[in-house]
Design a protein around this ligand. Structure first.
Ligand SMILES: Nc1ncnc2c1ncn2[C@@H]1O[C@H](COP(=O)(O)OP(=O)(O)O)[C@@H](O)[C@H]1O
Ligand SMILES: [Mg+2]
Length: 317
């Protein structure tokens, strides 16, 4: 019998985003996915994973490297199919960590690429993309080639392209993961402002727990591979959020504990990131949560057993 959906904090009294009570934007039930390479070796990436995302909600996925986060986004975007379980939801588009801009096209044409692929004329695609450049702080850079743009600007062009796909559900796969720390913080503020201005349904994969708390309405914590949702943490904070807000620090700590990480030591490494904490020789995800291999006890069991999730406020769904 598959384990039930994971525990989560009781519903927040108010949501800071435009999340609504209408039909969910995404319902993932009990999905599993196993890769098989040419030699027949199997890698169980996901197992018994449940996730619901409301319209207008921003849900962050955090979990150790290799736990199946990117696989889940590919399933949501129908780039691959699950072995078991069901996914229902609105059309979704995937944005990667690398901007994947075409070096021979200027920024405006890169942003308009999805529209061109959908058959729009060059003039019409450019006209649709142009207003976004002002909105995304790229005014004046329409004619710049990707190698003339900073990393943050390239990611914003990629974000414009993602928005212009017209798909209502945005899946962002570590969108700032390749940026330096200062640019990453700027981009987090930028994305927060962009979503305030134009609310979207977003599934955000990040290895940066602080980023998850700053940007999301809810953080889903995944187990080591095969990934399943261990716990969900509501983030009922108004926006804009401040890094220095003690509530941000407290929620970050809860998320780290749900991951099986020692929050104080993770903080002492100077990073709230999962990879950073593990890499610095502190209690890493793999070490703390079961060596990163196949887990024999059901992942949800660690929540039921109180495995590191803040006891206050956890309520069964
Ligand atoms: N195309 C593939 N073929 C075989 N194994 C894969 C493939 N893609 C991913 N995997 C494996 O599946 C697991 C989950 O991968 P992924 O979803 O990329 O994890 P994450 O994004 O959480 O780091 C990893 O062990 C990875 O090596
Ligand atoms: Mg990934």
């Amino acid at each position: 019998m598959p384990a039930p959906p994971p525990s989560r904090l009781s519903a927040p009294s108010e949501r800071s985003s435009g999340a609504s009570a209408s039909a969910p934007a995404l319902e993932v039930e009990r999905i599993a996915h196993t890769y098989r390479d040419r030699s027949g070796r199997e890698v169980r990436a996901l197992e018994n994973l449940w996730l619901t995302v409301s319209k207008g909600e921003v849900v962050a996925l955090v979990g150790p490297s290799g736990c199946g986060k990117s696989t889940l986004l590919k399933l949501i975007c129908q780039l691959t199919s699950p072995d078991a379980g069901t996914l229902r939801g609105e059309p979704a588009v995937l944005m990667f960590q690398r901007d994947l801009l075409l070096p021979w096209l200027h920024a405006l044409d890169n942003a308009a690429l999805a529209l061109r692929a959908a058959g729009r004329s060059r003039g019409s695609a450019r006209a649709a993309a142009r207003p976004l450049f002002a909105e995304l702080g790229l005014d004046g850079f329409e004619q710049a080639r990707p190698d003339e743009l900073s990393g943050g600007m390239r990611q914003r062009v990629a974000f414009a392209r993602t928005l212009l796909s017209g798909k209502p559900l945005l899946c962002l796969d570590e969108p700032f993961g390749a940026l330096d720390a200062i640019t990453r913080m700027q981009m987090q503020s930028w994305l927060e402002a962009a979503l305030l201005h134009r609310p979207r349904t977003v599934v955000l994969v990040t290895h940066d727990v602080e980023e998850a708390v700053l940007l999301a309405d809810r953080v889903a914590v995944l187990s080591p591979r095969p990934g399943t949702v261990l716990a969900e943490l509501e983030i009922p904070l108004a926006r804009p959020r401040a890094r220095t807000d003690p509530l941000v620090a407290e929620l970050r700590e809860r998320a780290l504990r749900a991951l099986g990480l020692d929050a104080a030591r993770a903080g002492a490494t100077g990073t709230a990131g999962i990879a950073g904490a593990a890499g610095a020789g502190t209690a890493g995800v793999a070490g703390a949560a079961g060596a990163g291999g196949e887990r024999s006890p059901g992942p949800a069991a660690s929540v039921r057993g109180g495995g590191g999730v803040h006891p206050a406020g956890l309520a069964r769904r």
